[in-house]
Design a protein around this ligand. Structure first.
Ligand SMILES: NC(=O)c1ccc[n+]([C@@H]2O[C@H](COP(=O)([O-])OP(=O)(O)OC[C@H]3O[C@@H](n4cnc5c(N)ncnc54)[C@H](O)[C@@H]3O)[C@@H](O)[C@H]2O)c1
Length: 351
């Protein structure tokens, strides 16, 4: 498939004309807007009031909020809504939401009539610095995260940080996990900045920095054949933790699971790569202080490992993982045994 690596993230001021000029409106036969019930309530009124000439309620497709709705049935609902509204191959879908909406909307758009164009307007911190960037689209299959999906780049990623005003603290903290991750795999000076700030909210400059780290890595490797793999740090174990909570009908914010996954994978980095004790402690102390301790039992772990064995990053039945050599330097494709993973999960449980 032809790739279209549009990874530039544009941070916009709602008072400027940039948004209107960023989209080639005449090119599209119709424009639809996907949101979940929360972004419909909190973000849609803002967008509509900033650009009343561009948007009206008829364009809306609203789905229920939450990871449990990032599934094929919801994509089907979007496809039916598009059919019912007469969307054709020249329609545009704008995804107004967090990572759940950008993943789901991009997935639905990439398959509707073999693919229509889409634009992301991320509204959560996590989507602004991570999920909206890079062209991974997807839905979950039962408890397996992002098991079904495509690579397909958005036509644009347009960010209004004004949307963060209504994002609650729990979701903001969830997004922070991906900011920490970007620092850990690529930018030790960002890590130093992050651990020295006392504010719970980040400056726009730090948000841009985190988004740019992702964009630069994706630009080099859009299909995740090499360097992009480092962005999976914390995610092999993190996704299994997230799936474990989902399987009990108790979803937790994505970033909380990733923060726990990063502690486990930092432990493996100390044991099986060159991460120093001191850096390991810096990671543990920072993430432990910020995030609630997640509880699971030893009995959950065989199923968690089974989930890891289904991970897309594996090859030949081996669990592959990203490890840190140092803060700011990651390497990928490390084969990690089930016993080693058990020891990492135990390390977290006993913190
Ligand atoms: N494609 C990728 O590369 C990639 C990368 C990282 C994460 N992800 C995916 O992203 C998802 C997590 O993203 P998320 O944390 O943004 O989840 P989310 O979209 O579920 O948003 C979290 C909650 O915040 C609400 N919300 C979002 N913006 C808001 C706003 N401005 N004001 C008020 N409420 C708002 C949502 O309605 C939801 O209830 C997961 O599905 C994960 O797999 C994808």
């Amino acid at each position: 498939m032809q790739q279209n690596p549009i990874t530039t993230v544009k941070f916009l001021d709602q008072a400027s004309k940039q948004f209107v000029e960023s989209i080639d409106w005449d090119k599209y036969s119709s424009v639809f807007l996907l949101c979940d019930e929360n972004t419909h309530r909190e973000c849609w009124p803002k967008l509509k009031s900033w650009y009343p000439q561009l948007f009206n309620d008829e364009q809306l497709i609203i789905v229920e909020a939450g990871e449990e709705h990032k599934k094929l049935q919801t994509a089907e609902f979007i496809w039916r809504s598009l059919v019912d509204s007469g969307a054709d191959r020249y329609s545009l879908l704008i995804n107004l939401g967090g990572g759940m909406i950008t993943d789901l909307g991009a997935f639905a758009a990439s398959l509707y009539q073999r693919g229509i164009e889409f634009i992301h307007l991320p509204t959560s911190l996590l989507a602004m610095v991570d999920a909206a960037i890079g062209g991974k689209t997807g839905v979950d299959l039962d408890n397996l995260k992002n098991q079904i999906g495509t690579f397909n780049q958005p036509k644009a990623i347009l960010v209004f940080d004004d949307f963060l005003e209504t994002l609650d603290d729990e979701e903001y903290l969830s997004g922070m996990a991906e900011v920490y991750k970007h620092a850990l795999v690529k930018d030790s000076s960002l890590w130093s900045e992050l651990i020295s700030i006392s504010n719970d909210r980040l400056s726009l400059q730090l948000i841009k920095k985190a988004a740019n780290i992702k964009a630069e890595i994706v630009e080099q490797d859009p299909l995740e054949l090499f360097i992009r793999k480092v962005l999976n740090f914390g995610h092999t174990i993190g996704h299994a933790i997230e799936s474990n909570f989902l399987s009990y009908g108790n979803p937790i914010p994505h970033g909380y699971a990733i923060a726990a996954g990063m502690i486990c994978e930092a432990y493996l980095s100390k044991e099986f790569s060159t991460l120093s004790d001191e850096d390991f402690q810096s990671i543990v102390n920072t993430l432990k202080e910020k995030y609630p301790k997640l509880e699971w039992t030893e009995d959950d772990e065989p199923q968690m490992i089974k989930t890891m064995l289904a991970d897309k990053k594996n090859k030949g039945g081996e669990i592959r993982m990203v490890l840190l050599q140092d803060i700011g330097k990651a390497t990928f494709d490390h084969s990690i045994s089930q016993e080693q993973i058990h020891s990492a999960l135990k390390c977290y449980r006993e913190l």
